[in-house]
Design a protein around this ligand. Sequence first.
Ligand SMILES: Nc1ncnc2c1ncn2[C@@H]1O[C@H](COP(=O)(O)OP(=O)(O)OP(=O)(O)O)[C@@H](O)[C@H]1O
Ligand SMILES: [Mg+2]
Length: 232
Amino acid sequence: MKTLLTVSSLRYQYPDGHEALKGVSFDINSGEKVALVGANGSGKSTLLLLIAGAMDQTSGEILFNGSDDPETRRRKTGLIFQDADDQILMPTVAEDVAFTPVAYGMDRREAHALAMKILSSLGVEHLASRVPHKLSGGEKRMATFAGILAASPEMLLLDEPTAALDPAARRRVINFLRDTDMTLLLATHDLDIALEVCGSALVMSHGTLSAAGKLPELFNDEKILLENNLKA
Ligand SMILES: Nc1ncnc2c1ncn2[C@@H]1O[C@H](COP(=O)(O)OP(=O)(O)OP(=O)(O)O)[C@@H](O)[C@H]1O
Ligand SMILES: [Mg+2]
């Protein structure tokens, strides 16, 4: 299997001095689906933001297809933020979903058709002409998801992708993630989603990786679950 992402000795200190990542190393192969789990504040969102190229690491290295250029990662990864409000730009959902394909040079009509196809594959084509800012939390999340997919990323970085979704929408997202061939790194507190979608997991604790391994085996280890706040 080809290594797609290599993270080595990654550190990140926020401007206020808080050290969110204290040396994190792992590899992800092309086509792999990896869960990222760990307590609140353990560094999952920070790690996803660095991989996506949204912030620069304090030290350490991130290689994507062998390149350490953050621009490569900005183009080739799609990050679904924990807070969907950060992500929406355009006056209607369909235009928002078509935004990146148009920016990359796709003809507007073709981009619109692609947007509609993606919205219906997620079961939310009824949102196409709505104003993104007036959507409910879960609707926004689905619209954001469609927008990310329209950019056809090589790797999806998902931060709590099913938070705020109703059971039917949650199921559509899980099925999509389970069935896609895309490489995934999926941060979640929901171990059932991790088990259904992912073949392995990385466990974060206080800015470091405290465990890693195959699923479901890793989650059968009661001690790991309890020590990492994965179980109460
Ligand atoms: N903008 C910021 N400035 C300073 N510290 C921050 C900032 N954002 C996050 N942190 C801190 O960095 C640490 C890691 O935060 P992060 O958001 O990566 O955690 P997380 O694992 O995603 O948590 P959660 O499960 O709650 O989403 C936390 O201690 C958090 O308080
Ligand atoms: Mg987070």
